[in-house]
Ligand binder design. Sequence first.
Ligand SMILES: Cc1cc2nc3c(=O)[nH]c(=O)nc-3n(C[C@H](O)[C@H](O)[C@H](O)COP(=O)(O)OP(=O)(O)OC[C@H]3O[C@@H](n4cnc5c(N)ncnc54)[C@H](O)[C@@H]3O)c2cc1C
Length: 305
Amino acid sequence: MVSLSDIRAFFRGSISINEPLAGYTSMRIGGPVDYFMEPADKDDLVSIVRYFRQNKFDFIMVGRGSNMLVSDDGFRGAAINLEEKFSDVRLEDGDVVAEAGAGLSKLVDFCIQHGKAGLEWAAGIPGTVGGAIVMNAGAHGGETADQLVEVEVLRGSEIVTVPKSSISFGYRRSGLESDIVLSGRFRLPEGDREEINQRRRTFIQQRNASQPVNMPNSGSIFKNPSGNYAARLIDAANLKGKRVGGAQISEKHANFIVNTGNATASDVLTLIDLARRTVYQNAGILLELEIRLVGFPNDVREKVA
Ligand SMILES: Cc1cc2nc3c(=O)[nH]c(=O)nc-3n(C[C@H](O)[C@H](O)[C@H](O)COP(=O)(O)OP(=O)(O)OC[C@H]3O[C@@H](n4cnc5c(N)ncnc54)[C@H](O)[C@@H]3O)c2cc1C
């Protein structure tokens, strides 16, 4: 364990001790993290990351926690969040540059205000730009990598700008998992504001109609297998509505698990395991997790990931 007084000697951002991560995930599930930290600026971030790496102290990046399941025991280490000080979205030489802590909704709003088209698919996805770049989030036929030109990352202890051509983006992955994403530069065509706004509205309406948006969840639990849909497979396995403790496979969208009020991570994991086993027995397809597991021991991760 690194010492809090040592950290406080140089870290200028905010630190909360034993902060329950449930408050920082869209599932509203997760035990405490030793230190929840919001760096004051890039130098502060570089210093703390260097210190953690030198001292072999575990840390994770947390955006809006909308694509993760955090263990009931929490995470031994630090969680670093960039929403407070790294959330600027601006125009630079005609490109839209968005910092990692900015919400996707802020990015989409900014694009509409400035008549920049192409990111409307992200409307209604409750994550940050950093989380979307690392996950290569996507919807409605678009994905984050499409209009990205370059990404600024903290790699090792250096801040570097990586062109998209050097990043191995794929379906819900980026190869940036060992980096800390600081910002992304998007090159977007000009578009008619009203038309862009209309597309955003349509996408949000479609989400509201098909997803359990009024209950805590973490989006799609599994990736869609090639040529198929995880939701269709789980539905065909008769698991829609299946409950374990406070967790339930959504009646509205079978690839979502909702927290009906008092779900634990363990309830969710049991449903994940059940869905994987049943779909495999029924259809011979092994579903792969889309959400990231945080704070679970290796044997648990290996069972479901
Ligand atoms: C209702 C709902 C609908 C959703 N719909 C979609 C959808 O249509 N398409 C889709 O792709 N996803 C969807 N998601 C999932 C999720 O919103 C996206 O994956 C989102 O981009 C994750 O962003 P986040 O900030 O919440 O990331 P988090 O969940 O906080 O983190 C996700 C991963 O990224 C890492 N990470 C976060 N920030 C950084 C950073 N700055 N640097 C390095 N690593 C970082 C984390 O460590 C973690 O491994 C949905 C989720 C919900 C709840």
